[in-house]
Design a protein around this ligand. Structure first.
Ligand SMILES: Cc1cc2nc3c(=O)[nH]c(=O)nc-3n(C[C@H](O)[C@H](O)[C@H](O)COP(=O)(O)O)c2cc1C
Length: 281
């Protein structure tokens, strides 16, 4: 592996490298307002949820890498410590990118990028109508991480009101990620779009504690057929299941059975895979 000390890289190179590997990052489309009431919109992918009780989101407008100057979002938040965080989806993404242009202060990016301001209920900055999820937030703390270009400023904000477009719910009132069409930021110019094909589920190992890979039968653990994911799927059961059928198989069939079990695991059919495996251990 190549090992790199951050101090050996120029800041833009370091930023490009880290952004390419710390990815995909969700995008916060932050609507803020100046003391004079002029709105500002800008996207930030140094963004995440950090607490649910209290509900806290954090994003980071850095000092400009080119000029070392603070971004308009940061200046606005120091004047009016409130922000509408709008979640970015695929139908919005090109206009969101347009809004990230370094327009002069007091340029209204709602106008520049063609988004529709929607009045917020608890805060002054407007929300973005085109986004299906808006978080009205009050800024609790701003933490500068440095004073040179590229230094982040953590905006620690408490969510005080959540608005969600009902079209993104499924019949059980859970958010359907296929309907939400989230986009995320990768390195360089790359973005990622959540599509039905890119989604998969893994049950949380909270209510059941998996036996662990160390507890798998030696024959399975040492088999060349299963990859790490498949071994972990087998090891996620609470105990090795009981055999339900008693088929007698010849030793020659073993590799075929293991290969079939591996295919079942790729379809997340863990119990079915175990039943096949139980025939040969
Ligand atoms: C998808 C996307 C994500 C971005 N994320 C960040 C970020 O996390 N931090 C940052 O300082 N700039 C980020 N930028 C760049 C800012 O959006 C850009 O500097 C913008 O002009 C800042 O606007 P403002 O001066 O109106 O606050 C991002 C740009 C895009 C397109």
């Amino acid at each position: 592996m190549k090992s790199i000390s951050p101090v050996t890289l120029k800041v833009p190179e370091l930023q490009r490298l880290l952004q390419s590997v710390i990815a995909p990052r969700p995008i916060c489309f932050a609507s803020t307002i100046s003391a004079d009431g002029i709105p500002n919109l800008a996207p930030f992918s140094f963004f995440n949820l950090f607490s649910s009780n209290p509900p806290i989101v954090v994003f980071s407008p850095a000092l400009s890498g080119r000029t070392g100057q603070p971004k308009d979002t940061l200046l606005n938040l120091k004047e009016v410590p409130e922000v509408a965080v709008n979640i970015v989806t695929y139908p919005m993404v090109h206009a969101v990118s347009l809004a990230s242009s370094p327009y002069p202060r007091f340029t209204d990016e709602f106008v520049k990028s063609g988004f529709t301001p929607l009045p917020s209920e608890k805060i002054k900055p407007p929300r973005v109508k085109e986004s299906p999820v808006h978080l009205e937030c009050v800024v609790k703390q701003i933490i500068p991480l440095g004073d040179q270009g590229g230094a982040g400023n953590l905006i620690i904000a408490e969510v005080v009101l959540i608005h969600i477009n009902e079209n993104i719910f499924d019949e059980n009132q859970k958010i359907n990620p296929a309907k939400l069409e989230l986009v995320a930021r990768l390195g360089d110019n790359w973005y990622l779009k959540v599509t039905p094909e890119s989604l998969f589920e893994i049950e949380k190992p909270i209510t059941t504690i998996g036996i662990g890979i160390d507890a798998l039968p030696e024959k399975i653990k040492n088999s060349k057929i299963f990859n790490h994911n498949q071994l972990a799927q087998l090891a996620s059961v609470e105990k090795i299941p009981e055999k339900v059928n008693n088929s007698i198989l010849s030793i020659e069939e073993e590799p075929l059975i293991l290969a079939k079990a591996a295919r079942l695991l790729d379809e997340n059919k863990i119990q079915e895979a175990w039943q096949l495996i139980l025939n040969i251990i």
